[in-house]
Every structure is written in C-alpha cells, then in structure tokens.
Design a binder for this molecule. Sequence first.
Ligand code: ADP
Ligand code: MG
Length: 692
Amino acid sequence: MVKVTELFGSMVFNEQVMRERLPKDVFTALQCTIKTGKPISSEIADVVASAMKDWAIEKGATHYTHWFHPMTGITAEKHDSFITPADGGVIMKFSGKELIKGEPDASSFPSGGLRSTFEARGYTAWDPTSYAFVKGTVLYIPTAFISYSGQVLDKKTPLLRSMDSISKAALRVLKLFGKTPASVLPAVGPEQEYFLIPIELYKKRPDLIITGRTLFGAKPPKGQELDDHYFGKIKSKVLAYMEDLDAELWKLGIYAKTRHNEVAPAQHELAPIFSTVNIATDHNQLAMAVMKELAAKHGFVCLLHEKPFAGVNGSGKHNNWSLSTSDGENLLEPGKDLKNNMQFMLFLTAVVKAVDEHQDLLRLSVATAGNDHRLGANEAPPAIISIFLGDEITDFYETVTSGKEYSNRVGAKLSTGVESVPVIYEDTTDRNRTSPFAFTGNKFEFRSLGSSLNIACPNIMINAAVADALNEYADKLEKAKDFKKAVVELIKTEYVAHKRIVFNGDNYADAWKAEASRRGLLNLKSTPEALSYYDRKQNVELFDRLKIYTAQEVKARKDILLENYCKIINIEALTMCELTVKQILPAGVEFSTRLADNIQKLTALKIDARAQREVLDTVAALIGDAYEAEQKLSEAQLAIKNESDLQSAADFCHDTVFAAMQELRTYCDRLETLVPKELWPFPSYGDLLLYV
Ligand code: ADP
Ligand code: MG
C-alpha cells in the first residue's frame, strides 16, 4: 500500500522537486518569480525547462503541452513531443523558449470578435505560479492565453489581474492599520457536485450524450423525498471510484479532502482543501477532467451538468472565498473580540458593498443555460443576489448604526444531554443554506455556481468588486485626520448605504421575492437577461479602472456567452425534435397499434375493452399533442437565425425556443408513463438513478 504522504504531489513539479533539481541560484530566481511575479530571464528559463523535461520523462512523459483556459469554459491542450532529430535518431529536448511561450493556432477558439479568423495568432504564456504536472504521457504547463495584439482570450489572465487588483487594494487598507505584508491573496475551496450513472445505460440516452442532460424523462417512483441518500452509506462501486479519484487527484497535488453522497440519488460531492484562487481554478478544472476520465474505468459516466435530471436536485459548486495576507492572516476572521476588530469589520463591509453594487456581475458570472434550471428552483439560491451575515454580525451593525454600545456575544454551550459527549460551543454564525452569498464564520460561500462552471469568472467578479470597494475606502481613509474615528464612521455609513443587500432569512420563500423587489434588488431570472448587464457603463468602468478588461474585451466576453447560450439551446432543440420524431412518436404509434389490434380482438370475442380504449384515446391524444409541439419547436428553432443580434437571439431562445421545449417535454414524459417499458426507446430515470 502506497502512503498518501508519498503519493501526494508525486506527479507535480513543485517547490520540493525544484529545490532538489535546480541549481541554487536558479531555484531562488524562480521562487522570486513565483512569489512576486518578476519576469524570468531566458537563461534561467532554459535551465528550468531542461530540469522539468528530465523530471517529466522519469515520470513517463513523452510530450508537453501548454494547458490553458480558453473561453469555452473547458481547458485546451495541444501535445508536442520532446523529440528532436539527432544523428539519424532522436534526442529529447525542451528549451526555455518552449516553456515560456507557445503559439497554438487560436483561430478556432472563441474570441468574441477580438480577432478575425485569418489572424490566427494567439500566444500561451507560462504561469509559473501554478505548478506543472504530468498526467499520462504528457507534461502539462499551466499557461495564460492572449492574442497577437495582447487582448485576453482566456479566463486565467483576467483572474491573475483581478488577484493583483485586490492585493494592491487590500495592502493600501492594511497599511493604514499599520500592517505591511508582501501580498494579499484570495483563497478558494470549491465544493464539486456530480452524478455517477452506469455507462451502459448512458450509451442508450442520446440526449445525455449530445447535451449532457436528459431532455425527456418521467419522474421515477422514488426520488429524494426520503432524504435517505444525503450523507448516506456510500455503495461499494461508488466508493471504489472515489478512492481511485482521491489517489489520482493527490498525485496531481490536489487536496481532495471530503467525499459524500449528496441529496439526489446517484449524486455525490468532492471538496478539496482551499488554495489560492488561481491554483484552485486550475485544480478544479483538472479535477473535473479526472472525474470524467476515471468514471469509465469503474463502469460509470460522471455527469457534471447542472441539471441532468428534471425533478431531481441538480448539481452546483459552492465557491468558498476568503482573503489572506502573505503572513497568513485571514482578513475575514472576526476573532473573539468583534467590538474591537475594526479591521475585520472594514473588510467585511467592503464585501457587503461589493455584493450590493455588483449584484449584476455576480449573477451573470454564474449564468449558463444549464444553471438556469437550478437558480430559484428551491434547490439552489434564487436569481436574486443577497448576502447572509448571520445574527451576530448583523446585530453588531445594527447596534453601532443606531448609536448604541455593542457587547460581544459569547457562543452558547450546546449540550447533547449525554455526559460522555464533550460539550461543544455554538458557532456564533449559523449556516444559511438558501443564501447565494453567505458568511460562514471566516469566509464567504458563493452558492449560485453551477457544477460545470469554470470558477475563474465568478472569482474575477468577486475580486474586482471587493478591490474596487477597498480602493474607495483607502482613498477616503488615507485622507482622514483621525483614522480610528473615520473607520467607525465609514463602517456605519457604508452599512446603512448597503444594508438592503443583507438578508438572513429564507431565500427560497416567495415572500423574499416581493421583499427584494421592494428593496430594489435585481432579479435577473435567465441567462440572456443577466448577460445583458455585462457591458453596462458602471461595469465597463470598473474593469477599466482595475485594468482587468478593456471595454472591447467586456463586449467580446458578453458576446461569447450569449452565443454559447444560443448554441446550447439550439442543439437541445434539434436533439429533442430528432428524438421525438425518430424514437418517441414511433414508440407511441407502435403501442397504439398494439392497443387497437387488441381492442379489435377483444371486441370480436365480445370482451369488455373499455380500459384499453381509454388508454388508446389518451395515447393517441398525446401523440397528436407531441407531434404539434414538435412542429412548433422545429419552427422556433429555425427562426433563431432571423434575430438581428446576439442579445435578441438569446432572448428569443429563452422566451420562445426553450418554452417550446418545455411544452414538448410534458407530452413526451406523459407518454412515457403509459408506453410499455420494452417499447420505450430510452432507459428511465429509475433505471439511471436507482440501481447504481
Ligand atoms: P460545507 O459545510 O458547505 O460543506 P466546509 O466547512 O466543509 O463547508 O468547507 C467547504 C470548503 O470551504 C472546503 O473546500 C474548505 O477547504 C473551504 N474553506 C474552508 N476555510 C476556507 C477559507 N478560509 N477560505 C476559503 N475556503 C475555505
Ligand atoms: Mg457548502
């Protein structure tokens, strides 16, 4: 049995490997680059590349790839072997230039019009802050992806820029408190939900294969109503997968920590220990890829879609976010003396302001066709963004803003009533599982993300919004004569200005919708509606101020996302039409023919056939309804191209095409409940979910 401590990071070119394999001066120079972002010289890069190659070859690598996050939401890679011709044979070579810069043909990646196809040039640039690793026979080098003229084409570059912004802003504020750490970094722990279903059944579901979700499917007799799956005993086949997954992730230096069953049948969760946000992003993308790859080995398919099954909980990804100094101080840690912790209160207030002022950016950062099925469906937070602070902190704000003296709360004892069980102290913040953005003691949990999302985008938004708030505070406080007094005043006025965003109650309740609307909060229900806010003036100005995106880059991103939404709806619509015409209607027709034959025979024998007639009537009517709904959907799908721009096309996809899909589905799902199993073309929800 291999020890976990030995397994961990064994496929990663990490600090320990660098120390062992690089000359001391090269190691020091590289560490300096990693920690401070200083550029690396070509001589140093050559030495690093050569050591990296030798190490990778020992680990079984024959190729290397610049691994990047284009705007497709998944990662991209192109493999080049290390071989170079020499004396009629080959030698293995890898230069510093190849390590630092790559030039993939960028023309087929979405650029939102930033680059025409004939200008195919795009460059990948090594991100030394994220370790290279070997997976299979390939050395993966994490990189940023930019166009020939320097425009960002990926998700990593703006993420790194947003980290830089928030670090600078936070350092300004900390300096006023007399602290001067080298940097401040956001840390993230993304909890990843997923489904495992048998691969044999998956292969019989073209909808799952083509779109990642079931477009049809009647509810199974048993779903999640007994709450018997959540944290339930993990079945042995699933456990074997999870064990294998943990081992693979550990090898890649990913801190896989928690595994458990989730709410829905066949649904599970994996949570890592948090790390710096750009590493967490790389690791989450990598983890999702490994989850998918390993599933086949265990006879499963891993579904990362936000809503693979209607009527059953979908999958999300909670983004736990905090801010720590390079000295290890978590700036969102309230400590025991809230009353005297104005530094914490100021950082917290900056988050409250950020969430209030940039509700639209947070909302649109999680907007996808898949996630539209979850938000507001009583399984995930609503589309309305609000913040949960818990009683203690809300109490603090309310007390000080009303001019009263605040006294610290002490966590009450929680007694189990059993003497042998140690007494535990109550946390002073409880959990609120319905809030989109909840303070959970020393971090915020952004809970609106869908399971397949690249976490870069929401974190760019959080970092940018908080950085901007901190800069504004620093501007004010740097000028203050009496700093201590000014901080308290600022916290008070800012809380009053932004308290409308604070909501500690049940976000699923209908009453909240009405209340949120009274408070003037946004409720951007669908992806197209949310995306329409992306290039609002205040957003363009924010990104420009922080040098994260140019106005042109914002517009490009908006267009890519709108187009992506249209494409997904279009593919889903086409798939539904095809499956209806070629498989579902024929199954219905076959059943009605059998029924009609049977009725004829029974009538000839003078046997009562009323029940059969009734079923036949219903089936025939449903076939008619489904046929008409399919025609309507088909026409709607064809009409998408008539829309004049991307926004109106996306709106049309949502309002008309998606609505037509829903209608068609209801008839087909009802038909499924009537047609015999052997005639129905697809495995049922029960087959897919209950027998794993
Ligand atoms: P839950 O109760 O929602 O399952 P946990 O307390 O188990 O949440 O933590 C979930 C995630 O939050 C884990 O990935 C964990 O590493 C991460 N996390 C914990 N502390 C922090 C922090 N200070 N900053 C960022 N993420 C954190
Ligand atoms: Mg959570």
